[in-house]
Design a protein around this ligand. Structure first.
Ligand code: SF4
Ligand code: SF4
Length: 183
């Protein structure tokens, strides 16, 4: 059974200047909550299990439990503008570890979707990954590499089979998924 917690107070307010604290955007908070199904951030009781298992923790300006806390309070614009949600490696560990079924990673996905809707700047690396999926079916295009003996090798040289470009059916399904995430 989930413990119902009150909106927690964030430990870090690094993206919110406390001298000019903005008001939370409750309408945007409701929109975000609608996107994440049952994994509601307001059930978080700040145990920090998510953050303690997060492999991207050091790269995140805000830690998973802090993202949850700020989202729960309604500081959505600030989270989107901070770019912190793009540093998550989407390993899903926070979702697995949360005793309250909060799923910080789902929240991060929803924040990314909102960021795209609001035409916030998407990191180049994400755009490159999307193009690579469309062109090759993989997140990263096959690359040449160098052995320990400094010999340059690639798939052709290693006699590996050629990649087949994704067909139109794959591309149509891919775009359909992208549309679903923007609903
Ligand atoms: S593990 Fe769950 S309950 Fe604990 S801080 Fe993270 S989101 Fe909150
Ligand atoms: S999904 Fe993201 S936020 Fe969650 S543990 Fe993995 S890297 Fe950290």
């Amino acid at each position: 059974m989930l413990i119902k917690a009150r909106a927690a107070i964030p430990y870090s307010m690094s993206i919110i200047d406390l001298t000019t604290t903005k008001k939370p955007d409750l309408a945007l908070r409701l929109k975000l909550l609608a996107k994440i199904g049952e994994h509601k951030p307001y059930n978080c009781f700040q145990c920090i299990r998510c953050t303690s298992g997060c492999p991207s923790m050091k790269m995140l300006e805000l830690k998973p439990h802090e993202i949850v806390s700020l989202a729960s309070l309604g500081f959505i614009e600030e989270l989107i503008a901070s770019g912190t949600v793009w540093a998550c490696a989407t390993c899903l560990k926070c979702k697995e570890r949360c005793p309250q079924a909060v799923a910080p990673v789902d929240l991060i996905f929803a924040l990314r979707n909102l960021a795209v809707e609001k035409e916030a700047k998407v990191p180049e690396s994400f755009l490159r990954s999307l193009s690579a999926i469309l062109e090759t079916g993989f997140v990263q295009k096959p690359q040449d590499t160098v052995t320990r003996k400094m010999e340059k090798v690639n798939r052709e040289k290693l006699d590996l089979p050629k990649f087949h470009e994704p067909d139109e059916k794959f591309k149509a399904a891919f775009f359909k998924v992208l549309e679903l995430f923007q609903e």
